[in-house]
Design a binder for this molecule. Sequence first.
Ligand code: PRT
Ligand code: ZN
Length: 286
Amino acid sequence: MIRIAIQKSGRLNEDSVKLLKECGIKFAGADRKLLSRAENFPIEILYLRDDDIPQYVFDGVADLGIVGQNVLVESEFSMNTLKKLGFSKCRLSLAIPKDVSYNKGNLKYFDGKRIATSYPKLTEKFLHAAGCSPKIEFLSGSVEIAPGIGLSDAICDLVSTGSTLISNGLKEVETVFDSQAVLIHAPGAISEDKKSIINDLIFRIESVQKGKDYKYILLNAPNEAIEEIKSLLPGMKSPTILPLAQSGWSSIHSVVLENDFWNVIDNVRKAGAQGILVVPIEKMIL
Ligand code: PRT
Ligand code: ZN
């Protein structure tokens, strides 16, 4: 049995729960209890505030945790990152009032400035490395209002769409740290039993992630176009080619990387493909 700590409610919760469910793990949500035992996998889910997750994992109360890199690095606990999970992407950025002029890269601007942030360590480290000594004003929330009420000259806060900064009359000027959710575990000895469960979970997560990176594609093509289309669709080993009832035509099935997708579609159409179907892949095991 292993225990994984995830956020109880907030921006990380939904995607953390979704990932575990996509791994085929059935369990009750945080509304019911603090600790929930899965029905069909040897794992318990511990629901916590995201800020507490690094500590609980470091202390061994949980074997694994899902947390933002921003919280993990700010906590300064030494931890192993087992997987980047690709969700809750955001950046920690310095922002100043929109009417103040600033030249990108001119970090000296922040020397001696008052900077409001919930991430004092990340902010200080970044600016110290640039030779600046800012005055950090720690705030646990609503950082974006600090310049407007005269509490600070600048802020260092998480940004995703940027609309919070705009609606508070601020502009983003420097990125301090890029973050996403990660799967962590504490360094140190672990039983063979737990190791094997963790490996099984990581294998499932990788299958889910690979499925998201690829699409399954089916298309019809005249037989004389098969060779060219094959070269455009490498597939997992090679494409599947099946004859159609109509003579001289075949159906070709393969997988394509989501990122290459529109290029591949354009190229196979030019090569003579018709009736192209593209379907999502739930899991992909190589
Ligand atoms: O209660 P608990 O302590 O567990 O949660 P919390 O309130 O501390 O954190 P929560 O749920 O807000 O965020 C959890 C994690 O989500 C963060 O630690 C980040 O890793 C990640 N994340 C991703 C974000 C954002 N995007 C984000 N946009 N966390 C916060 N924000 C806030 C930001 O602080 C600012 O107020 O959203 C605002 C900016 O958003 P935009 O879209 O207007 O730029
Ligand atoms: Zn928090």
